[in-house]
Design a protein around this ligand. Sequence first.
Ligand code: ADP
Ligand code: MG
Length: 286
Amino acid sequence: MTVERHIKRLPADTTGKIAAGEVIERPVNAVKELLENALDASASRVSISVEEGGRRSIRVEDDGTGIPAAELALAAENYSTSKIGLISDLDRITTLGFRGEALASIRAVARLTIRSRDASEEIGREIRWRGEEVLGDEPAVMKPGTTVIVEDLFHNLPARKKFLSSDASEIRRITSLVQSYALAWPEVSLSLSHNGREILSYPSCSFAERVEMVFGSSVFPGLRAFEGSDGGMRVRGYTTLPSVTRGNRSMQFLFVNGRLVRDRLLGHAVRQAYHSLIPGDRFPMT
Ligand code: ADP
Ligand code: MG
């Protein structure tokens, strides 16, 4: 029996979902992308509001540079980014994003609204999409900055929707993400609310103050600051005394150039610094 096998190109709609599948598996993935975009846009304030663990809606509002009205339609297209122009730019990326895929990936699995005003323009613009279909496109009266709203996440992917955990556990992931970014960006005021109730609210402050806000005033006095530089690198942070440890790494937050990393090598380096001062199965909060 001969089986016919032709190579076919998948419809764009499908490739969109596959690509998106790599990035957006849960509400927290969308929150991370939107928060990074706001930080890349030099926002001094970012407010995040989530409904029903993020499956109903995620709204991220910033007072950053905004998107020029003429470019708004392009922002949600795949591989469209304002952050890299030339390939050589890859060597000196200073922003958190650069692939130009995040908004397109989110749009492929949700209803997306972007409302934005560039500071040099008098009025903003709002576009609403469901997938690639434009549901609305109109002028928006607003202050400079950007608001992105993601609704009905995974409406077109029932299997992924079913795979989500309870609202409480999705919001826990989101809270932990916002807390970790809060540590790396103390000068930015950040807030998070769930179903209309505020869960986190961090005003702009110093690094030390932010560490105290995130870890709490009972843990903070037990932390020790460290700082150093070598070979063009600078390191700063806080870590616990050997008497205060955890059974896992969940209270370790490591950032490289403002980007949260879960890197084994770095985690290991921190652990090694304590040498035999703490038992092998315990981890500091760092
Ligand atoms: P990337 O961040 O990798 O460039 P995204 O899909 O996340 O890709 O965003 C596409 C583009 O949309 C960005 O390069 C930026 O120009 C614009 N953009 C997205 N979010 C914001 C925002 N909050 N403020 C200003 N510009 C934004
Ligand atoms: Mg981005």
